[in-house]
Design a protein around this ligand. Structure first.
Ligand code: GLU
Length: 549
């Protein structure tokens, strides 16, 4: 009996060879230097910001080099699979305009290197495993869970390295006859890789982020095929897929760095060169005095759904991630304002190699305020309208009904050299412009009057003001009238003079403006009052004033 008999017994239906697959997945015909990257999420129904960061790097690398970016669903751990998980991922890539060049989704396959869903590639994995068994580099292992638990306990108590290796790899010593007999007796088994490595020996590994590392060789006989569903483990599927699909650069979280020895040994066993690896740093956040890993459980911003619900512009989310991906990005973009992130050349050397990358939602807010401030009023209108269509029907109706007016509202302190930076996302817009719509202004309001708070005094100011108000006044005339009114009512219209002698006056022109501002908006702080009044028009101003007479 030979290993070939064993391989045939385990995989009687596999009649292809690895050569057949090499022919079916030929070298890609790409221009010199083009890179092939893949985003390989597991279908968990959730996209962590760290996964999205990897996808973004994949996308940038492929686009920078006119290469290929493909999507591969890694569903070999079928226990973890969640309904709609594929659409969660696909829709996010779609929203961010990062659609892959090759993918399989919703019954459609694009690309010649599929299937792009691992559970559909079982036959391919089996062919490669069959080959390993034939050449004596893989074997069935019949150890029960209890036996493995016992072994782990004994290794722990004797302070030995934990795992299935060396003397502990008992099934490695079974003869082919014994293995065949056990399989024929229906004993459950997994398939393990037979390692040739020596843990005492180190090899050089080039991680594109961290540089050359010296790491101990693998000597574990790790599992490559599970017993229950005969699907491969992540390690084996990673090798087969990235090899056949001709991935040149693997971008994945740094938690995979410790598996590198396993992966390198697998590639070596087949005599092929591993891809280049970019292990991305953990995303960290400040929590009081501490810095910790951003957590799916504690931090809503760890999930990509957060940005959709709050409706951050996709450009701002990408921008904020790019600033933590490459330390020179921000400066580059400041000096190349007209360019987009896809014009930037990503460099793995400029990633944080020690400990993680600090992510800050306040920073995203600033980036976003800056981004939205530079959009034209009608662009803001279109984007907010799209947001409201999904999330706020009342506001959607108002925006649709008063299109021109709304564009003018969004144009207050916009389309100028230093635009106002007030909206961090589309969600926050309504909270800032509601008072410009009578339907939202309502009549049971809480006014935040400040220094001048006396009902009669307020009423007197407003009545006098409305008599003087003329819609066609330009800004200077308008302000002169406010000053005139200020003096007429015994307040000080010159702020310098007022600051020198505050006790001589009832108050200042600023206090008078505040009364007018609060009367039309309820708020003490708003964008330009002249613009607000001009847009409201005399009739609506008067109606609002009357509520306070
Ligand atoms: N399916 C793996 C995960 O979701 C992907 C790691 C990789 O990109 O290789 O963590």
């Amino acid at each position: 009996m030979t290993t070939k008999d064993l391989a045939n017994l385990i995989f009687p239906d596999i009649d292809k060879t690895i050569e057949d697959y090499k022919n079916m997945y030929p070298e890609r015909n790409l221009k010199e230097g083009a890179k092939v990257t893949r985003f390989a999420p597991s279908p968990t129904g959730f996209m962590h910001i760290g996964n999205f960061q990897s996808a973004l790097i994949d996308y940038v690398i492929a686009k920078n080099s006119e290469g290929v970016f493909y999507l591969r669903f890694e569903d070999t751990d079928q226990m973890r699979e969640v309904k709609d998980a594929y659409s969660v991922i696909f829709n996010i890539l779609n929203d961010y305009k990062m659609l892959p060049d090759e993918y399989e989704y919703d019954g459609k396959t694009v690309g010649n290197y599929g299937p792009y869903v691992q559970s559909k590639r079982k036959e391919i994995y089996h062919t490669f495993i069959k080959h390993l068994i034939e050449i004596g580099r893989a074997y069935p292992c019949f150890c029960s869970k209890e036996k493995l638990d016992e072994m782990r306990e004994s290794q722990t108590s004797r302070k030995k390295r934990i795992g299935y290796y060396g003397v502990y790899a008992t099934c490695r010593k079974l003869s082919v006859e014994e293995q065949i007999e056990k399989i024929k007796n229906n004993e459950p088994y997994v398939i393990r890789f037979k390692s040739n490595g020596n843990n005492e020996q180190k090899f050089k590994f080039d991680d594109l982020v961290r540089g050359t590392l010296l790491i101990p060789e693998n000597d574990m006989d790790f599992i490559i095929m599970k017993s229950s569903d005969k699907l491969p483990t992540y390690h084996f599927a990673h090798f087969v897929d990235d090899y056949l699909m001709h991935t040149t650069h693997v971008v994945r979280g740094e938690e995979w760095l410790s598996s590198v020895p396993i992966h390198v040994e697998l590639f070596n066993a087949f005599g092929v060169k591993p891809p280049k690896y970019i292990h991305t740093p953990l995303i960290l956040k400040k929590d009081g005095e501490n810095v910790r890993k951003i957590s799916k459980r504690k931090d809503p911003e760890a999930s990509m759904s957060y940005y959709k619900e709050k409706c951050y512009p996709i450009e701002s989310v990408i921008e904020s991630l790019m600033t933590i991906i490459n330390s020179n990005y921000e400066q580059w973009h400041e000096s190349n304002l007209e360019k987009t992130y896809l014009d930037f050349t990503f460099s793995p050397k400029k990633m944080s190699a020690s400990g993680g990358a600090l992510y800050d939602i306040e920073k995203l807010n600033n980036i976003s305020k800056n981004f939205i401030s530079k959009l034209s009023a009608s662009e803001v209108y279109d984007r907010v309208l799209n947001w409201a269509k999904i999330y706020d029907n009342d506001f959607y109706e108002l925006l649709s009904k008063y299109k021109e007016y709304s564009i003018n509202v969004f144009n207050i302190e916009r389309e100028q050299k230093k635009p106002r930076k007030d909206y961090e996302n589309y969600f926050s817009v309504k909270k800032q412009v509601w008072y410009m719509y009578d339907e939202l202004f309502g009549d049971s309001l809480e006014y935040n009057f400040d220094k001048i708070n006396d009902k009669e005094e307020i009423s007197k100011i407003l009545k006098t003001y409305i008599e003087m108000y003329n819609e066609s006044d330009d800004k200077d005339t308008w302000f002169n009238k406010v000053k005139e009114l200020t003096e007429k009512l015994g307040y000080c219209s010159n702020m310098k003079e007022y600051k020198l002698n505050p006790d001589k006056y009832k108050g200042s022109v600023a206090d008078i403006s505040t009364v007018i501002r609060v009367a039309v908006t309820t708020l003490t702080m708003t964008p330009d009052l002249y613009e607000i009044l001009r847009l409201l028009g005399k009739e609506r101003i008067e109606k609002r004033f009357e509520m306070l007479y």
